[in-house]
Design a protein around this ligand. Structure first.
Ligand code: PEP
Ligand code: MN
Length: 338
């Protein structure tokens, strides 16, 4: 950590800052320039808040150099994390893994029809919400346990792993027998109690970036899960809220290489929520793969125009097949496969 003192800082003020840093556990190195004194603090305590020093008289600015996340940081596992499943699927390896399926599980017919088609096109994971976080309490809230049972049945039948969203701690027990990956949704990215519980599981967890969350906050969400002992964590860029209204969200493609640089965790791109428009899903799926994503999660429905949620951003099965072809071409161009 670097503390730059103001040019006008008095010697007593500098000493008070040094004393404070020492009492916080830092080893302090002082450099006194012609005009300004700069203090270097080595050994930042985990819970250190730079504002504690920023507010002291005579301090101009404070910069943290080490990251506040230890387990999620790239240094912890420089070679990268590969999340491995019993059926041989690996997420974070050379092969890009595509997760696909409806926004919500609606019926057996809907789910089985789409599962068969996405499996044929090359998806390896079936997505589908059984518990839905809807903006309006009057919108379809999901089939709950019946939806989970259908997901497992379809997953087993078409040899797909299953991912589904957990909205609250009480749903974890209920979901355990049915899902291979727990999805923590954008709205719950900072539900710290839920993240802590997810840390006690041995089932992998995918955390979606909050709609107004920084990348650092996303990585700290992963740190919550990992600090509980569950290291099988994946992250997902699903678009953030900006001033732009042409798309539902602004898909921050640059978050993909940023996360890959800062962290060892696999990064998944979600061009469906990332754009909110069916016609933008293909280009942004290509972009995510080109940017280094380890996987994609995409909404697909046999009849998107009659979907009970997120129809506008949902692909038809033929569109998904086309997306897979294009994604394979892009993957090959960046030294990967899909
Ligand atoms: C979803 O995947 O359907 C979903 C609700 O995602 P998000 O949490 O990113 O909005
Ligand atoms: Mn959705």
């Amino acid at each position: 950590m670097i503390v730059a003192m103001q040019e006008s800082a008095k010697e007593e003020q500098i000493q008070l800052v040094i004393d404070r840093l020492v009492s916080l556990g830092f080893e302090v190195h002082r450099s006194t320039g012609a005009r300004q004194t700069v203090l270097g603090g080595v050994g930042v305590p985990h819970d250190f808040d730079t504002r504690e020093v920023e507010m002291m008289p005579g301090v101009q600015e404070v910069h943290r150099i080490t990251s506040p996340y230890k387990l999620a940081g790239r240094n912890f596992r420089p070679e990268g994390t590969v999340v491995k499943f019993t059926n041989g699927i690996e997420i974070g390896g050379k092969k890009i893994v595509v997760m696909a399926g409806p926004c919500s599980v609606e019926s057996k017919e809907q789910l089985f029809t789409v599962s068969e088609l996405i499996a044929k096109a090359g998806a390896r994971v079936l997505r589908g919400g059984a518990f839905k976080p809807r903006s309006s309490p009057y919108s379809f809230q999901g089939l709950g346990l019946d939806g989970l049972k259908l997901l497992r049945e379809a997953g087993d039948r078409f040899k797909l792993l299953v991912i589904s969203e957990v909205m609250e701690i009480s749903q974890i027990e209920l979901m355990l027998p049915y899902v291979d990956i727990f999805q923590v949704g954008a709205r719950n990215m900072q539900n710290f109690n839920l993240l802590r519980e997810a840390g006690k599981l041995t089932t992998p967890v995918m955390i979606k970036r909050g709609i107004a969350a920084t990348i650092e906050e996303l990585l700290l969400a992963a740190e919550y899960v990992m600090s509980g002992g569950n290291f099988d964590v994946m992250l997902c860029e699903r678009g953030i809220r900006t001033f732009e209204t042409a798309t539902r969200n602004t898909m921050d493609v640059s978050a993909i290489p940023v996360v890959k640089k800062l962290s060892h965790l696999p990064m998944i791109g979600d061009p469906s929520h990332g754009t909110g428009r069916r016609d933008m899903v293909l280009p942004m799926a290509r972009a995510a793969v080109a940017a280094g994503a380890d996987g994609l999660i995409v909404e697909v429905h046999p009849d998107p125009d009659h979907a009970m949620s997120d129809g506008a951003q949902t692909l038809t099965p033929p569109q998904f097949t086309e997306m897979m072809q294009q994604v394979r071409a892009v993957a090959a161009a960046v030294g990967r496969s899909a």
